[in-house]
Design a protein around this ligand. Sequence first.
Ligand code: 3HC
Length: 316
Amino acid sequence: MNQPQIQEDEQKHVDAFNARIAAGKTIEPKDWMPEKYRKQLLRMMSQHAHSEVVGMLPEGNWLTRAPSLMRKAVLLAKVQDEAGHGLYIYSGAETLGTDRAEMIDQLLSGKAKYASIFNYPTLNWADMGAVGWLVDGAAIVNQTALAKCSYGPYARAMIRICKEENFHSKQGYQIMAHMMSGTKEQQEMAQDAINRFWWPVLMMFGPSDADSPNSDDLMKWKVKLYSNDDLRQRFIDRTVPQAEAIGIKIPDDKLKWNPTTRHYEFGEINFDELKSVITGNGPCNKLRMKQRNDAHKNGAWVREAAIAYAEKRAKE
Ligand code: 3HC
């Protein structure tokens, strides 16, 4: 094929791809897609899958210390759900041509990113409430938008994940509500957890729009339907009334309802802290990477057994 013919064919693919996006149709694994679209999605989906998996660590820390059998059973179910979320998203990401083992290697070697929030410590039981309510609450806001994104396998994975995240967020809120109706010490513990988690949770939505290098492409391709700042605002607007309902104070002196915009105004986010955590200098980055690497090594026999069993079944 000569060069002009190749260019013409390429342009036809680009036009068809753009037309599907403009019509709100999904892009499926076997559809033609620009290389940059594939790379951006792979980056985002693999980071997302890693976040689900690393996100099990701060809560796993409290499984053996839950205050009752009921709380333990609920937390255990939640942590197991997160493993499942990782699996769905890794499977979705594999449709873009990279093997799960390779993505996991990138996580374990420190090359890949995962959500900044999981580099903060969970110091006591109230933190299980704060993480469930706020972290999973923020994840729902982000992920209900992703459930309508342009890449079919990612959007479909989000539908079930969002249902489960809803349960996660409610169990966290219920822990907080319970503590806020308890003793003065329990109320102080709950408030202290929110004081520590509030700002890092706002950072989960990423840098402000002006400093978000990937947003232009992702919004153009309808992978992101809303910007980082829009989703952050949406999260604040829905969370502040929930806090008020149980007597929790949001640790932001500038927080104020604006009746004209019908949004809450809020104080300045310390994005230098986000940068520092993303680049490996958060309070628990080193611990999380060690825990994840140890878990991977300790699980080697399970992977080997599963492969041996699959081979045996294939021969039968
Ligand atoms: N933590 C870690 N890295 C972050 C981050 C955060 N909170 N926010 C931004 N970053 C990184 C980006 O990945 C990007 O780095 P890269 O170019 O090297 O990959 C850089 O900072 C610049 O940010 P951008 O705004 O340009 O990046 P994006 O446009 O990709 O937006 C995002 C960032 C909003 C996190 C987006 O990628 C996204 O929506 N991802 C999918 C959802 C996701 O990953 N959620 C993680 C939490 S899941 C979870 O919490 C589990 C649940 O069980 C609770």
